[in-house]
Design a protein around this ligand. Structure first.
Ligand code: NCD
Ligand code: ZN
Length: 348
């Protein structure tokens, strides 16, 4: 059993950093571990233009503490709306720092009210993305209230993803934070232009974790945790070596008061231990040898970006996850709060 793992520095292909002091609190957790991260645009108001993405990127870079400055690259995204003009897609592509455009079905999740009400309205923007080869990232859940919450991803595949792929066969799509066996099977059987990210929490937990001894708001995220058979399918996909599954934490910090509420919001914070938790789950299925490909190779290969050249090391040493973490003027409760992780990051 290896006691030290040294591998190519990983990237996080799906991250919520927020803004201002809240961002300042959480950014070092990601920048210590990952070389790059795809930054979600669901601020309030959302990042819908290249100009806004440039300003947000500058705020991120200036929020990096001295020791991490120059070591972390935020990969920016635009938030697709019903009204995104094809010219904005062209500006995004030209910028060199916008790597993708994010589709949130309106109302699907946190800060998605400005999202797309009907994908048919986005034809011109999507055609431009296909032409310029700018990937589309999808929050893959339908918002139809008649569809059971646990089926929303599966139904999205049939109602939205398959028609989308038929209409724009050249469009590169990342099916974000997949949670079901159906999504795994869809990606495996789809063309090489569709990939998926998988979060640490969907690899670690099934939906029982929402109700262990009572209601557990800190295990609530979207898409919601699913049955064990789905977790098993995700675990198999992530550790299979298949090149179109890769890391994307969906680390989504919220103040404790917003989570522990009569209407608690969706989002799990995992940036404080993301690569360590991935290592733990890969080890549980005897597949530590495939961690590097999942976390460091498949993502850049799909996005057409260079792989990182630096390395990181984890040592086998248990440490305790703090019960809470500072979050701007507030605090947040991290994934695994108060528990132990068996891999520890070396250095900073
Ligand atoms: C995300 C957030 O809080 O911004 N929440 C979540 O549960 N994942 C939004 C999202 O990615 O759906
Ligand atoms: Zn997200």
């Amino acid at each position: 059993m290896a006691d030290k793992l040294t591998f190519t520095r990983p990237d996080d292909w799906h991250l919520h950093l927020r803004d201002g002091n809240a961002m300042r609190s959480v950014l070092p957790d990601t920048a210590r571990r990952f070389a790059r991260a795809i930054i979600m645009p669901n601020l309030k108001p959302p990042i819908v233009t290249t100009e806004q993405a440039a300003a947000y990127r500058a705020r991120i870079l200036s929020a990096l503490p001295a020791g991490l400055a120059g070591r972390f690259e935020p990969l920016m995204t635009l938030y697709l709306t019903d009204a995104t003009p094809p010219e904005e897609i062209a500006r995004a592509k030209e910028s060199g720092f916008v790597q993708a455009v994010k589709l949130y079905p309106a109302g699907a999740t946190t800060h998605s009210d400005a999202g797309v009400t009907d994908i048919a309205r986005c034809g011109a923007a999507l055609a431009q993305m296909e032409k310029l080869d700018l990937p589309l990232l999808v929050h893959g859940e339908v918002v139809d209230p008649a569809v059971d919450v646990f089926d929303r991803e599966k139904v999205f595949i049939d109602r939205v993803l398959i028609p989308l792929q038929q209409r724009f066969p050249g469009l590169r799509i990342v099916f974000e934070h997949i949670t079901t066996r159906e999504a795994v099977e869809f990606v495996q059987s789809a063309s090489g232009r569709i990939a998926a990210t998988i979060t640490p929490h969907h690899l670690m937990l099934n939906r029982n974790a929402l109700f262990t001894g009572g209601l557990r708001p800190h295990h609530y995220c979207l898409p919601v945790l699913k049955r064990e058979v789905h977790r098993q399918a995700l675990l198999k996909a992530a550790t299979s070596g298949h090149a179109r599954f890769f890391s994307g934490t969906d680390s989504a910090p919220h103040p404790v008061s917003a989570k522990e509420s009569a209407c608690g919001c969706a989002g799990i914070y995992s940036a404080h231990a993301a690569i360590e938790l991935y290592a733990e789950v890969f080890e549980q299925v005897g597949r530590l040898d495939r961690l590097e490909a999942f976390a460091s190779f498949h993502g850049p290969d799909f996005y057409g970006l260079p792989r990182n050249s630096e390395q990181i090391s984890l040592i086998r040493e248990s440490w305790q996850i703090p019960a809470q973490i500072e979050f701007g003027e507030d605090v947040l409760i991290p994934l695994g709060a108060g528990g132990q992780v068996c891999w520890k990051l070396v250095g900073n």
